[in-house]
Design a protein around this ligand. Structure first.
Ligand SMILES: [Zn+2]
Length: 482
């Protein structure tokens, strides 16, 4: 099945076709670097990192650009609060952003362009917009004239007049129309400013994304992504700015993820109902947070609450333990024993089925919720088969080996590959000694060794494929809710 994605611009699921064969160019709006980012912001980063992984796995060569807004009112205000410069604030939180992104298991973008390093490109684009008659200058400010761009509102799915209703609050009297927005802002004293044809000033937020996406990806590229809150006005404005100059829509596919919610409200800095990503990652492995974010369809709202978090966390550790079981079983080579084995045949069919379903789910508008369901289904089957003490056959061994590599692949494409540490040598020695003791029916020694093994943070599971040492994980993300 070809990849289909929901396009906000057409409100339909469409078959994905790249502009250039084999290549995908995508742009995802990045952070305004005035603070650490919260897990609500992390949802977008994880969703689009996963999309990039899925595209790469399908064989596309992906160019991924994510901007960094490093000049903005919020940064300037933070600098005033902290009695430092906007530059210092932006530098500190840019570094923190990149560190936290890596901690989430997200690969860095191919480019993370900064607004302050693209002022000439931004000025050139504003000049072109003015030339084309879509912007006007008022005392050092430049405004985009929304009424001059016929298609304004199309992405958001609203008519200009409907949008106008909402815009009639605190209208800047210098604007010709309440919907007009700033491309360039005249400098105020003490604020970062650059020379421009309209006097000293700084760029508006929307124009930086148009200028930088076009610089790195061209006038018209494949995918533009971000959180649903960016559709209007940010993406509508980005598109208007670019299309008014090039005559082409900025992107072919616009993708937006739903909100992370707390008790039905969007998680946001302004509402104060947020947890910082770095604090959450102190409590749980990043794989749990990724699994949580991907456990719902990316366009659906997702509620961050103790119950949801606990269930995802338990699911992850159970999955990890099953992958440890397979790792331990597969580690010891086995000789071909020619035994007919129905269990192995049935389990292999299950592997094939779940894998097909997994791929189909990802191709269907990145349905990670269903894809994850298949990962769990396969892992649970393996767990059941082992718990039922199957015959130790070569066929079953081979099926376990194959499932192990499939589970590694499936968790890897979701960016949540569990880190499975090899069981330490001294522990393996104790396990071997315990097996010997059991053969000699020396139950006292066997029990003593088991206690020693569990004392080191492992659980022992006796199976026909040997005694497997599984890690006992003690982390609890639920603690953050206390
Ligand atoms: Zn943007």
């Amino acid at each position: 099945m070809p990849l289909r994605i929901y396009n906000t611009a057409t409100r339909k699921k469409e078959e994905f076709k790249s502009l250039e064969p084999g290549k995908v160019k995508m742009y995802v709006c990045g952070p305004t670097v005035y603070d650490y980012f919260h897990v609500g912001n992390a949802r977008a980063f994880i969703v689009f990192d996963t999309l990039r992984r899925v595209l790469k796995r399908c064989g596309w060569e992906v160019t991924y650009v994510q901007n960094i807004t490093d000049v903005d009112d919020k940064i300037i205000n933070k600098a005033k609060q902290e009695k430092t410069t906007a530059e210092e604030v932006a530098g500190k939180y840019t570094e923190a952003f990149l560190a936290d992104l890596a901690a989430l298991g997200c690969e860095p973008a191919d480019q993370h362009p900064k607004a302050t390093e693209h002022i000439p490109e931004i000025i050139a684009l504003v000049e072109k917009i003015i030339e084309k008659g879509h912007a006007y200058v008022v005392a050092g400010d430049v405004f985009f004239s929304v009424r001059s761009f016929q298609e304004y509102g199309k992405l958001f799915g609203k008519k200009i007049d409907e949008l106008e209703e909402g815009a009639r609050v605190n209208v800047d009297v210098r604007k010709k129309d309440p919907l007009d927005f700033a491309l360039w802002k005249a400098a105020k004293s003490g604020e970062p400013a650059w020379d421009s044809p309209w006097g000293k000033g700084r760029p508006g937020w929307h124009i930086e994304c148009s200028a930088m996406s076009m610089k790195y990806l061209g006038e018209n590229f494949d995918i533009h992504g971000g959180g649903a809150d960016l559709i209007f006005p940010h993406h509508e404005n980005e598109n208007a700015q670019s299309q008014s100059v090039t005559g082409k829509p900025l992107a072919q596919y616009w993708m937006h993820n739903g909100y992370l919610e707390i008790k039905g409200e969007k998680m946001s800095k302004s509402l104060g109902n947020f947890w910082l990503t770095r604090d959450v990652l102190q409590k749980t492995p990043f794989q749990v947070l990724r699994l949580f974010m991907l456990s719902a369809h990316y366009r659906s709202p997702l509620d961050f609450n103790p119950k949801n978090v606990e269930s995802v966390q338990n699911g992850y550790f159970e999955l990890k333990r099953t992958m440890e079981r397979l790792h331990e079983i597969v580690r010891h080579p086995m000789k071909d024993d020619f035994l007919a084995d129905d269990t192995a045949g049935a389990l292999d069919k299950e592997r094939q089925f779940t894998y097909e379903q997994f791929e189909q789910a990802l191709d269907d508008d990145l349905n990670t919720a269903q894809a994850i369901g298949q990962v769990f289904r396969l892992a649970n089957k393996v767990r059941q088969v082992i718990a039922n003490r199957p015959k130790k056959t070569y066929q079953l061994y081979l099926v376990f080996q194959s499932i192990q590599s499939y589970l590694l692949d499936m968790t890897n494409v979701l960016g949540m590959l569990p880190e499975i540490q090899p069981v330490p040598d001294d522990l393996l020695k104790m396990i071997a000694e315990r097996n010997e003791a059991r053969q000699k029916k020396d139950w006292a020694l066997s029990d003593q060794l088991r206690d020693q093994i569990t004392g080191q943070g492992y659980a022992l599971e006796d199976t026909p494929f040997g005694s497997l040492a599984l890690t006992e994980t003690k982390t609890s993300l639920q603690e953050i809710f206390r």
